[in-house]
Write a protein that binds this ligand. Structure first.
Ligand code: NDP
Length: 341
């Protein structure tokens, strides 16, 4: 088969592409500018002309994907702004929403061979503000809080709210599109929601700091033990700061299986490994890189309180992908970047 992967140069997208190519797919990736083509083609040089890259300069423009969807059976759509420095919420919301609806419109109009579209949503579209008591979330939950925050406060809304609102609104727009056009589309939609994504990268980056936001923060918190401005974190930080995570290779695998399995059709699926605290990252990293800060040695993973967990039974049932441990993932990241950070 042939697959389209949007934002092909991204952290997650490069792993999706590699796995699709290994499964025998031909892949067409989209990037935003000409200069990104050659370095990306280099990453997949072994696969020859099974991998092509096309430029879609502005994913918010009507018909942006009209050419790109032609002749593909599967669309994987991970392209979306992933950062915490938007001023206006629309800097993230517009590309997330219009980009997603745009892919679907093009698939409806020109994707005559498309059978499935897999959208990379986020656990941030599931859960908003962390509660003060532990809570387990499922696919039935939607992060209304971040959307409300952005609506009420505009540019004064929290950075995380702006990003998460973009993911809520984009996923919702995708489901609305499918509902509205259900009589005329020849494909179905799956939305997968990953939490923090960690792992080694295939991207042509020299330093971890050049990677996306989740890995930038991973390196800061784990290897350097500092905040954004380079100030060392307080000991307490490591036992408080945390969420849930998945290895980038496992997320890519889950997304691909979501594109294959009949029973995933029309489903929203949380793809999350397990919860972590900053101290878990430190403990795992110190085994492979002794320079990592000690953090809080009194910490015991077994007694840690995780305020956010996810019910992952749906992914187990529909996808059945086995996830790597935090230790394995950490080791692979450190192996890749040792001495380069
Ligand atoms: P990256 O930043 O590595 O990749 C994002 C991709 O989207 C890049 O190709 C980027 O292109 C493209 N992109 C960003 N903004 C725009 C825009 N305005 N117009 C067109 N393309 C754009 O992030 P990830 O690989 O981590 O993220 C992939 C997906 O996974 C996203 O949908 C994200 O929301 C989701 N996700 C990520 C998590 C994480 O922890 N990393 C957690 C949960 C979900 P360019 O390089 O040109 O900017």
């Amino acid at each position: 088969g042939k697959a389209l992967v949007t934002g092909a140069n991204g952290f997650l997208a490069t792993w999706i592409i590699r796995k699709l190519l290994e499964r025998g797919f031909s892949v067409r990736g989209t990037v935003r500018s000409e200069s990104k083509i050659a370095p990306l083609k280099q990453v997949f040089a072994d696969f020859g002309d099974k991998f092509e890259v096309v430029v879609v300069e502005d994913i918010t423009k009507k018909g942006a994907f009209d050419e790109a969807v032609k002749g593909v059976d599967l669309i994987q759509h991970p392209a979306s702004p992933v950062h915490m420095n938007a001023i206006e919420p629309d800097e993230q919301i517009v590309p997330a929403v219009n980009g997603t609806v745009g892919v679907l419109e093009s698939a409806l109009a020109y994707g005559t061979s498309v059978k499935r579209v897999v959208y990379t949503s986020s656990c941030g579209a599931v859960r908003g503000v962390e509660t003060t008591t532990p809570r387990r979330y499922s696919e039935a939950d939607w992060n209304e809080a971040s959307v409300a925050d952005v609506r009420a406060r505009g540019r004064a809304a929290g950075q995380l709210s702006k990003y998460q609102a973009s993911k809520v609104l984009a996923e919702r727009a995708a489901w609305d599109f499918v509902e509205k056009h259900k009589g005329s589309i020849g494909w179905d939609l799956v939305a997968c929601c990953p939490p923090w994504i960690f792992g080694p990268t295939l991207q042509p980056v020299k330093e971890p700091e050049q990677m996306n936001d989740s890995m930038r923060i991973w390196f800061q918190a784990t290897i350097k033990g500092t905040d954004d401005s380079g100030i060392p974190q307080e000991k307490e930080f490591f036992t408080k700061f945390g969420m849930t995570w998945i290895d980038v290779r496992d997320a890519a695998e889950a997304l691909i299986v979501a594109g294959e399995k009949e029973q995933a059709a029309g489903e929203r699926i949380i793809i999350s490994n397990g919860p972590w605290k900053g101290q878990d990252l430190l403990n795992a990293a110190r085994k492979y890189y002794p320079q990592v800060p000690v953090g809080d040695e009194t910490y015991h993973p077994a007694t840690a309180t995780h305020l956010t967990t996810f019910d992952t039974s749906k992914a187990d049932r529909l996808l059945g992908v086995k996830y790597r441990t935090l230790e394995d993932s950490t080791r692979d990241i450190i192996e890749q970047f040792k001495g380069k950070g």
